[in-house]
Design a protein around this ligand. Structure first.
Ligand code: GLY
Length: 366
């Protein structure tokens, strides 16, 4: 048996499933499929770029596991695929191919493909078995874990979707060797988030890690992925449906989502918006009494090539978009803030504080 770590995700809603992290997960995958999925046929939903780069490797792995591909649906790369037309195309294809309620859907790709394919799997025939095979760092540490699925709407990110736990998650960090620089840093934003939420030591490790060093060195990256998955799994174990504590996983996201929506999902990548959003969230936390040294998060500024000119003079519009975020309530905008490292809380905040936090963030990043 090859080396991989098996983590168990136990959602508070009762589902339990494995997440494997390693550089070679083939044997585990074959056994999992035989013992837990049991059905030899599956529908594959795969990101276009991943298909271009890894099709031979992936098809060989599926063949070695005796999996028959009923359909192979390719999703165009990019956030704009998290939309109605892609969702509808997947449903049409699944039904045309004669998918059964028991046919598993294997989703291979980053956060966009995972969210889109997961949502399709959760809704076709009221739910098909779903297996995630994340291929980007962001999907490995965040979007494939914990059962959120969804597509975007022009009025907001992830406004249509479901909570739907997969049967298993396959994190093969070998696939990261072809990830481009921008996507590495996209994922690293979420790892920085876990550090602030739960484990200050992660940021120390990250400070010593340039991507070029991580790329061909599975030991630190597997360890960072494992730590991140464990932190997220602990939260999902308490609150899979975001009735309470899970909301803290949105640290920086409400600020960031508003920027993504304003840029029509085409200017900033999700992780870039989250990095900028975390700077605003830390500034907001400091205004309410925390004492974060902004220098810590700003050490990573050079990793991101952020183009923020269109946002800087439009804070009022950003605040309008924040009101449409799922986390906002009829009473106002709710933000995830921090009292200290590993001490998050959620609070309604005044617009003036948000305005100031955005202003300071733009000053830091200009
Ligand atoms: N990415 C936030 C969550 O999964 O809850």
């Amino acid at each position: 048996m090859t080396k991989a770590t098996q983590l168990t995700i136990s959602a508070s809603t009762g589902e339990q499933y494995p997440a494997y992290v390693g550089t070679d997960i083939q044997e585990h995958f074959s056994r999992f499929w035989e013992e837990s999925v049991k059905t030899p046929e599956c529908m594959v939903i795969i990101d276009e770029r991943v298909e271009e780069l890894h099709t031979d490797f992936l098809r060989a792995q599926l063949a070695d596991s005796s999996i028959d591909i009923l359909d192979w649906y390719v999703v165009p790369s990019g956030e704009s695929s998290k939309c109605w037309s892609q969702y509808q195309a997947i449903v049409d294809r699944a039904l045309q191919q004669g998918i059964l309620r028991t046919t598993p859907v294997l989703v291979i790709g980053g956060g966009v493909t995972g969210d889109l394919g997961g949502f399709a799997a959760s809704s076709i025939m009221r739910g098909l078995p779903l297996v995630h095979w994340p291929t980007t760092l962001l999907a490995m540490v965040d979007s494939s874990i914990g059962g959120k699925t969804g597509i975007n709407h022009s009025r907001g990110k992830n406004l249509i979707g479901s909570f739907y736990q997969p049967k298993g998650i396959w994190i093969d960090s070998q696939l990261l060797t072809t990830l481009d620089r921008r996507d590495w840093y996209n994922g690293i934003s979420e790892i920085i988030k876990y550090s602030y939420l739960a484990d200050p030591s992660i940021i120390d490790t990250l400070s010593q890690c340039e991507v070029d060093k991580l790329k061909n060195n599975p030991i630190p990256i597997n360890s960072l992925i494992e730590k991140s998955v464990r932190i997220k799994a602990n939260i999902v174990a308490k609150d899979a449906r975001e009735a309470g504590i899970r909301a803290v996983l949105n640290l920086g996201h409400t600020f960031g989502h508003a920027m993504e929506v304003m840029g029509k999902y085409g200017t900033l990548a999700h992780g870039e918006a989250v990095y900028a959003g975390m700077i605003a969230a830390l500034e907001a936390s400091n205004m309410l009494g925390a004492q974060f040294d902004m220098g810590r998060i700003l050490t990573f500024k050079g990793w991101y090539d952020l183009h923020l000119d269109d946002y800087t003079n439009n804070i009022d519009t950003l605040i309008e978009f924040m009101y449409q975020d799922k986390k906002s309530t009829s009473d106002g905008i709710r933000l995830v803030l921090l009292e200290d490292w590993a001490a998050p809380y959620v609070s309604l905040v005044e617009e003036s504080l948000i305005q100031k936090a955005y202003e300071r963030m733009f000053e830091h990043l200009s």
